[in-house]
Design a protein around this ligand. Structure first.
Ligand code: CA
Length: 180
């Protein structure tokens, strides 16, 4: 039984590998994140997160702002699925028109990356990309240049590399057969 438990532990540990996202909850300010938000614009909000601090991507009609928050991290070994989850919130502060928020990976568009309306409460979202070294960026770009003020907030960014389900099922079946 002891050997079985040890084998089970090894199998479960091999199924999921935590990624090395730094400061995904923004409790350490902008540490670990690369910002292209222009000087004078907010990048983090120490109290407006879910909870605590959060990242902020603003677009203000009068001052512009915009930009991105990005981070490159190691998400397990190639071959698995890197499941990234995060919380977001979009506040429309006034004006008319549309703005585009999105999440890109290695230069490719992945998470909505389209004009979305105000979402005044925290929502959760997740995306899956190949495991390995991952560069992700939360972006804001201006879809139409009209008078408007928006703030996109992000918090609780986590990721883990998960082996394909078929591999785990096969391993579990083999383990049961061995000890039957
Ligand atoms: Ca937080």
């Amino acid at each position: 039984m002891r050997i079985l438990l040890i084998l089970l532990s090894v199998l479960l540990a091999a199924g999921t590998a935590s990624a090395q996202i730094l400061n995904g909850d923004f409790e350490a300010g902008a540490t670990g994140w690369v910002s292209t938000v222009p000087p004078g614009c907010p990048v983090v909000d120490p109290t407006g997160g879910n909870p605590g601090g959060c990242g902020v991507l603003p677009y203000y009609a009068t001052t512009g702002c915009g930009g991105s928050l990005s981070q490159t991290f190691n998400c397990g070994a190639p071959g698995g699925n890197c499941e990234i989850s995060f919380d977001y919130r979009v506040d429309f502060l006034g004006g008319i028109g549309t703005v585009v928020f999105g999440l890109t990976f290695d230069g490719g568009n992945t998470w909505p990356f389209q004009a979305i309306g105000a979402v005044g409460s925290w929502q959760s979202a997740s995306v899956t990309v190949p495991c390995g070294t991952v560069t992700m960026a939360f972006d804001v770009v201006i879809a139409t240049a009209t008078l408007q003020d928006w703030e996109f907030r992000v918090d609780n960014v986590t990721a883990s590399c998960v082996d394909p389900v078929a591999t785990e099922t096969q391993a579990w079946g083999g383990l049961k057969a061995t000890y039957r």
